[in-house]
Design a protein around this ligand. Structure first.
Ligand code: HXC
Length: 280
């Protein structure tokens, strides 16, 4: 759907880029001509992913082990990356999450999620933003949030709190940094299955089936549907988009919010009973 060199000349940094959706994004970005730098906690996973991505898509993938919860490590790794060449776009993709009854959580469990999602995204955004602003260089931050960043959600409360914070950061800095040439946007994906997220969030087949099919389109998202949106939002052609969050969830959250969504379960007979004059 794009010209093949849409992202040529760009250098994009993806947190959590060695697995799951981050890896899929890396593949599409590479395919469209950009250089990619992937970060994650495990060097072996990154090394393997980088080789696989280059093999499949061509181009150059650099990788750096980095725990984004550690602000000193973020500063030092970003310094090294910038010494090689500046980054044009940052994707805050790394996340931590699990399904649990909130009253069972320890403070460490809260910190485990909030420190990755909220603190990690903030450290990365600051480390890139400071450099872009100091060098008068245009920058682009794309953060992966969820629809429960604004609806909230039971059973993933630390994640909901943290994603809401990332969305607030996105909107706040879009206004503060826009005049300095840095734009920030977010994407709120619905169910796009990956082994990491599914094993933590919907570990049984029954739970997974509910999450995968309860949206109005009755299916999960294809990674390509998400990665094409990512590519558009990284491209200069979307340059006027700033402070936005784009939802790509098959209509899932609206279906959950609409007061009469339950009526989609009614049969033809039920509808005839409600209004016998209007036969289908
Ligand atoms: C209750 C749990 C728990 C669980 C961990 N903890 N899992 N508590 N239920 N299922 C508690 C532990 O008991 C411990 O507290 C504390 O959390 C820290 O656990 P660790 O395993 O030591 O933490 P760590 O190794 O840092 O792992 C972080 C993690 C893990 C968040 C817990 O899941 C992770 O690394 N995830 C990264 C990948 C990921 O989650 N991807 C999915 C993102 S999907 P105590 O008190 O015992 O010491 C997403 C989008 C959602 O965000 C939208 C989908 C539609």
């Amino acid at each position: 759907m794009f010209v093949p060199d849409l992202l040529r000349g760009k250098r994009i940094l993806i947190t959590g880029g060695g697995t799951g959706l981050g890896k899929s994004m890396a593949g599409r970005i590479l395919e469209l001509g950009a250089e990619v730098v992937i970060c994650g906690r495990r060097a072996d996973v990154l090394e393997e992913a980088a080789a696989e991505l280059e093999q499949a898509n061509g181009g150059t993938v650099r990788w750096r082990p980095l725990d984004i919860r550690d602000p000193d490590a973020v500063e030092s790794v970003l310094g090294e990356i910038w010494t090689e060449a500046p980054i044009h776009g940052l994707i805050n993709n790394a996340a931590g999450n699990f399904l649990a009854r909130t009253e069972t959580l320890s403070h460490r469990a809260v910190d485990a999620v909030v420190s990755i999602v909220l603190h990690g995204s903030a450290y990365m955004t600051l480390a890139c933003g400071k450099r872009w602003i100091a060098d008068c260089y245009p920058g682009n931050v794309l953060s992966i949030v969820t629809t429960y960043a604004w609806t909230g959600s039971p059973y993933v409360v630390p994640s909901a709190m943290a994603k809401a914070g990332v969305l607030a950061m996105t909107r706040s800095l879009a206004v503060e940094w826009g005049p300095k040439g840095v734009r920030l946007n977010a994407i709120a994906p619905g169910p796009f299955p990956t082994p990491g997220a599914w094993e933590r969030l919907v570990p049984t087949r029954n739970l997974a089936a509910v999450l995968e099919t309860r949206n109005p389109l009755g299916r999960t998202g294809e990674h390509e549907e998400l990665t094409n949106l990512v590519a558009y939002m990284l491209a200069d052609q979307s340059g006027y988009m700033n402070g936005e969050v784009v939802t790509i969830d098959g209509g899932e959250w609206l279906a959950g919010a609409g007061q009469f969504s339950f009526a989609s379960a009614l049969s033809d007979e039920d509808w005839e009973e409600i209004n016998p004059k209007k036969k289908k």
